[in-house]
Design a binder for this molecule. Structure first.
Ligand code: ADP
Ligand code: MG
Length: 368
């Protein structure tokens, strides 16, 4: 596992005075702080210590701790611990690592319980609950379909109906029994993929570390899954840029006092077959790559909820907005690259800093 000390760097933002424009690539979103030189230099009461790390859960990450001057060393220590939490979650839950807990579970035969850590079991329980809550759209057991479409991208051929049906029958929640200390598969072919939830869960746990420390504020961003809380480096709320899915620049800037923002979209990771792009998110109902949205951004109290719904809404499209639980807000781009439109919930609209460059319809549950 790569250590951050060799890849990470530490930058500082001092008070309201911009020392550095901090551009944080969130994979699919972009977080930045920016500001103008304060007319009168006053002693800063906040310093943001920033740690950037590469190759965490298949992407880059940025962690920030906002502290009073003189507390930088503690902040650095806390950020290091938070990064370790992210890396531990990856080591446990990645389905691409044979020696992770999920790697072992996927390779296991039927009928014997595979012991798992309480953390991995918790994520699996949340995933099962999300499966019910999203009417099957969010389904971590569709790993064989994920693999089938991935290899279809490599060989350039769309899988046939029989192959798709076989991959679906090979793995589903009926074949996965969650116990108190492990999981039993009822068929050896059952496999799970926590790619749509583990990152959000890990960000929440890293944020727990920051919250427990005496910081003024903090932020963790792992490739588009972001949580911020407390005082930002400047101003009253955290600016969060959402990257435009179809080109350079950003689609929207949100202002958050605290909370999670996650973006999912087929544009960031996709496969291409015969010149057509397919999303890496699978619609478990059609067994084909999801096509309902070009990009989905979800705001929620925690990252695991936002991560789940960003993936689920990519499958469900605008219809899914009706199913959003209280406190979860979303914006999505639907249509084609040439002809698309933006939809968002009223609560999401309230968080937008400026009017969008794109046409935007505020979706009201009681109007449609
Ligand atoms: P990203 O990884 O780009 O942040 P997501 O959070 O949307 O995107 O997660 C997508 C990943 O989730 C896929 O790469 C795959 O591993 C997994 N996945 C694909 N389809 C589904 C689905 N319908 N439900 C749950 N997980 C899925
Ligand atoms: Mg997700």
């Amino acid at each position: 596992m790569q250590s951050c000390s060799s890849t990470g760097s530490k930058d500082r933002l001092i008070g309201g005075v911009l020392i550095l424009t901090l551009l944080v690539l969130t994979g699919v979103g972009l977080w930045k702080t920016s500001g103008r030189q304060a007319p009168n230099r006053i002693a800063p009461d906040r310093i943001a210590v920033v740690r950037r790390c590469r190759a965490v859960m298949g992407t880059d990450c940025t962690l920030a701790a906002v502290v009073r001057p003189g507390k930088e060393a503690q902040a650095e220590e806390v950020l290091e611990k938070a990064e370790a939490v992210l890396r531990r979650a990856e080591a446990r839950m990645s389905s691409w690592l044979d020696d992770s807990e999920i790697g072992r579970l996927n390779a296991a035969g039927a009928g014997q319980q595979v012991p798992l850590s309480p953390q991995t079991l918790e994520v699996l329980r949340l995933a099962r609950r999300a499966n019910v809550q999203t009417g099957g759209a969010f389904d971590v057991t569709c790993r064989p379909l994920v693999e089938l479409w991935r290899s279809a991208g490599e060989c350039g051929e769309v899988p046939g109906r029989a192959e798709l049906a076989e991959a679906r029958a090979a793995s589903n929640w009926e074949l996965v029994e969650l116990g108190d200390s492990g999981v039993t598969k009822l068929k050896a072919t059952a496999r799970v993929d926590l790619g749509g939830i583990a990152k959000g869960w890990a960000v929440d746990r890293a944020v727990d570390v920051l919250r427990r420390a005496e910081l003024s504020g903090g932020m963790v961003d792992v490739g588009g899954d972001l949580v911020c809380f407390g005082a930002p480096p400047e101003g009253e709320s955290w600016p969060v840029d959402v990257q435009h899915p179809l080109g350079p620049g950003h689609l929207a800037t949100l202002r958050l006092p605290s909370g999670a923002v996650c973006t999912s979209g087929g544009y960031a990771r996709f496969i291409e077959i015969g010149g057509k792009r397919y999303s890496h998110i699978i619609d478990p109902r059609t067994r084909r790559p999801a096509e309902a949205a070009l990009s989905v951004t979800v705001v929620a109290a925690d990252a695991v909820t936002a991560d789940i719904w960003a993936t689920a809404l990519s499958v469900l499209g605008p219809e899914g907005l009706k199913q959003l639980p209280d406190g979860v807000e979303a914006m999505m781009m639907v249509g084609t690259e040439e002809d698309h439109k933006m939809l968002c919930t009223p609560g999401f609209h309230d968080l937008l800093e400026e009017p969008l460059a794109e046409r935007l319809t505020v979706w009201e549950a009681n109007v449609e």
